[in-house]
Ligand binder design. Sequence first.
Ligand code: NAI
Length: 468
Amino acid sequence: MSYDVVVIGSGPGGYVCAIKAAQLGLKTAIVEKRPTHGGTCVNVGCIPSKALLHASEAFAHAGHVFADLGIDVGKPKLDLKQMLAHKTRTVEQNTKGLDFLMKKNKIDVLRGTGKVMGKGKVSVAGEDGKSSDVETKNIVIATGSDVAGIPGVDVEFDEKVVVSSTGALEFEKVPGHLVVVGGGVIGLELGSVWARLGAKVTVVEFLDTILGGMDGEIAKQFQRMLGKQGLEFKLGAKVTAVKKAGKGASITFEPVKGGDAETIEADAVLVATGRRPFTEGLGLEEAGVELDDRGRVATDGHCRTNVEGIYAIGDVIAGPMLAHKAEDEGVAVAEIIAGQAGHVNYDVIPSVVYTDPEVASVGKTEEELKKAGVDYKAGKFPFSANGRARAMLATDGFVKVLADARTDRVLGVHILGFGAGEMIHEAAVLMEFGGSSEDLARTCHAHPTMSEAVKEAALATFANPIHM
Ligand code: NAI
């Protein structure tokens, strides 16, 4: 067989790239070793976690918020089996949807493990051990990432007691005490799920803050909120051992600044200390494709590797490990292969933590602007002063807009609050067009909406907000 494009890996980067390439008239195949498309995100990541986040949030609201709204449902009873079935159904709907999209766009699906055999050639090894070669003008590596584990610590994942994000999506019963190693996105999202369902959750984090890299003020307030929800934090603590102990696990950590080690026993431990690019067995070395110093496929700003006709996108290259970043790179690469001007604006990639409340941000944090010596102004507005938020009992959190002091151009927007993950996109569109905080503040926002807080925060960068 001979193709214009062969994409290896059908996660959000790979499948989007294949669809776009096919839409642009390129003869396209996609290689996938899992029985279903969608990669980590659809099968064991973004999608199933959101199903559980939504369900557990509804459970928590039924327990705490409904009564204040005048709804008496008594004490809600958890049916974990049904909740997990909802998660499984959600995943199935998405993977079936992807099968349909592959067929609709006439993309050949090559089942098996793909290997680059040099420029223009990919071999696909099926489960039966048989390999077949396909010829292609272009190869796109979209193999994603895998659980990184804890550097220097031997962690044996059994996905029942010592779990990665995959096992944390399918505990058969709510763990009495769940220790989460890593206060990053996965740890906080999945930690919140099980805390809402009744687990005692202790988060052990190396840094002095949760969500390292997020705006510091947002992270601090967010941690306080999670604390009120019952999550316990051990910050500045380095985990040095994770072991199975009896029916549970023991986790040892020591203060980063030095001091005595501490060991806690738990019913389960979720290790969420990051992910690493997946490049094993891909034949990259033999094909002469260079990796960077962190083991990622090295690319130029347009996802081209050092070998002509071989591209790489998503978690396997530099940049944030986010599905939507991979998707945009997939589109850009398909366009470049088709002779168009594909491009990703890496300065405007939103990120969302799907907790309750959500945390969303786009652009620079205050810490980054300070470090770069940029003269900026900040405007803030709390949801407690927003009418819609009061009506929904969603007054926790605030919006922060950061704008260049000289030009008024918006450089970063950070939102902590209900619906932050949806609201952030007005900031992303504004920033994509190089908009100013005055542009945002003068754009009519429907009343009453949570989004009015974004408008007011923009106004607060250069004038007094109206409702405060
Ligand atoms: P992460 O990089 O976000 O967080 C890992 C945390 O573990 C860091 O805060 C780090 O300081 C800490 N850590 C590392 N070694 C440690 C040790 N020995 N002891 C204690 N703490 C230690 O990684 P995470 O949460 O595993 O997520 C992996 C990737 O998946 C990230 O790139 C993330 O952005 C992405 N992701 C994004 C989601 C979203 O956008 N909503 C959801 C889930 C994952």
